[in-house]
Design a binder for this molecule. Structure first.
Ligand code: PGA
Length: 255
């Protein structure tokens, strides 16, 4: 059975209390978690994550890094810093950073490379804006965004990344893409990845994922997991979402 990958993106939310609560809820759930879970957290919670998630059953990481390993960049953090604390993943190119901090495809590519240099997994986000979907440019946009990242990566490194398709219009709106819409884009992204490496890295879907829609998304052939914002901030909802994802993975392998 292939374990789906469930990544929580807390954004600039949450607290140490929430992290403790979530970890306790997962502990109550028992070890049979059929999904792989990664919590991407604000940096002030890293040291608590290191302490609470020491067993490694649940992984954690960051939401953004600078593309340089060190230097005079006040307020920034680097991939080696996350790695040194035991973090294993970092989101790069989230649409909120592309829009709010004018991150270009090239900046996102440099950040992905910084993660790989530090031996942590970049979760590379791509996704079209509403007007781009309306103009039928979805595939063109997401391919351009992904190509910028993968062009300079050797196949062995490419197999170490995670890709997340997040349509901008679906983020935080409660209006998720239909499973078929996600499948169509994922299949194009996987074809593109398949031209560069043998083993396609996982492609996650993100944008208004909840406990109630996760199974239908994961039932699609090319949806390998989900990136979850709002629903990862409500302990019960997130634990339920992970449990449903695990059940769906069992159904997929039985069917
Ligand atoms: P959402 O956010 O689940 O709240 O839509 C997803 C994301 O931005 O990664």
């Amino acid at each position: 059975m292939k374990q789906p990958l469930i990544v929580a993106n807390w954004k600039m939310n949450g607290s140490e209390l929430l992290l403790r609560d979530l970890v306790r809820a997962f502990e109550r759930q028992g070890p049979d978690l059929a999904a792989q879970v990664v919590l991407t957290l604000p940096a002030p919670f890293f040291s608590l994550a290191r302490a609470l998630l020491e067993s490694g059953e649940i992984s954690w990481g960051g939401q953004n890094i600078h593309w340089q390993d060190e230097g005079a960049f006040t307020g920034e953090i680097s991939a080696p810093m996350i790695a040194a604390m035991g973090g294993t993943h970092c989101i790069v190119g989230h649409s909120e950073r592309r829009q709010g901090w004018a991150e270009t495809d090239q900046v996102v590519a440099s950040k992905a490379q910084a993660c790989l240099r530090a031996d942590i997994t970049p979760i590379v986000c791509v996704g079209e804006r509403l007007e781009e979907r309306q103009q039928d440019k979805t595939i063109e946009v997401v391919k351009r965004q992904l190509e910028a990242v993968i062009t300079n990566l050797a196949p062995a490194l490419l197999e170490k990344i995670v890709v997340a398709y997040e349509p901008v219009w679906a983020i935080g709106t409660g209006q998720e893409a239909t499973p078929e819409m996600a499948q169509e884009v994922h299949s194009s992204l996987k074809k593109l990845l398949g031209t560069q490496c043998l083993q396609s890295p996982p492609v996650l879907y993100g944008g208004s994922v909840k406990a109630d829609n996760v199974a239908a998304l994961l039932a699609m052939d090319d949806v390998d997991g989900v990136l979850v914002g709002g629903a990862s901030l409500v302990t019960e909802e997130f634990v339920r979402l992970c449990a449903y994802a695990g059940e769906q993975a069992k159904n997929n392998s039985n069917g």
